[in-house]
Ligand binder design. Sequence first.
Ligand SMILES: [Zn+2]
Length: 375
Amino acid sequence: MMTRRKFVAKVAAMSGGIVLIKSRQAAAERSAATILPEPREAPEWARKARILSAEYRDVPHLKRAREEFRATVMLLYCCPETTNGWCPAGTWDQIAFFIQQAHAQNLKVVCYYDTTTMEESFLSPERREWVQTTIEGKPCSFTRRHVWHLRYAFCYNTPWSQHVARIARGYAAAGADGIFLDNPNYYSFTGITCFCKFCRQGFKQETGQDLQQADEAVRIAFHQKSLREHVKRVYAAAGEAAPAKQMVMTCNTSNPALPMQRLDNLGQAENVIFRETFAGQKHAKENLRRDAAVFPRKPLWVILTEGSGAKGWTGNAPKAAAQYDECLGIIMELGLCPVVWATIPSQNPLRPGFTDDSIYNQPELAKVVAKHFSS
Ligand SMILES: [Zn+2]
């Protein structure tokens, strides 16, 4: 994995001088002045949160989630529309009902939405121009091992950003206590991007340069800013729908070495930092300690996920329980906030979403989660 420092150095070497790059990058960052305000401080309940993933079908389990597992927050995977081909979809009525039932158990609800990746069925003709675009002008697409759909990555400088903001407004109006945006990214799914007409126009306006001819480091700074502004726009929309509420705004960081997911960049637009880790990761404790130090005043929520395409947990609750146990031990020791897959996600492309194995029917998993959440 190439770090950003190495990446910038490589770019600088290729284009004839690091001093020049640094000054151009600084100019791009200056011109990328903050437009929208950063989110308010995280609510108090987010600081000691014990978070469980949830689907709509978990409504009957909310009482157990609170009483047996000592959960305080449900991370709801129920989108109001088909989007990324993985997250289960539901209706706005179901979302509102879930939130109401969770609140009745004194549980907060943070709602999931994929802020970047879209399956082809979502790509109606009027949304074609929302897709991240290669330098040759072609739409960026990709496939994932655990989802069979061909997917596209959408660009935050297009009306897609307003669309996500509308979804967030709907979640807040339904009673949500926070928004979790998955897959915030340019670049890593599809290679160098985005050169859509909105990015080209915006870049020209801000810097006077052509995006296609700018140094890569300058483009990265521009797109980092685009992502931050997108997240702030989503937060502002949610806040408009629930002005009295202190909402959580967070995004998945699965790899802080990626330019768009650097915590010191993305974290500016969040009030809770969210870190996805993977089973078997080396130096997990050191990495999490370092991540927590980037924004020491912002809570760090951490989830352990099976690697994309791995199937080690499916039908093997003891293995999953052992890995949950190890990861939760580290998270609790560091005083961070655990996020647990209450139901094991499916890695089967023919059945995206979740499996049928959960803490509600697998005693090994239940025991591990209850032990750590109550510590
Ligand atoms: Zn774009």
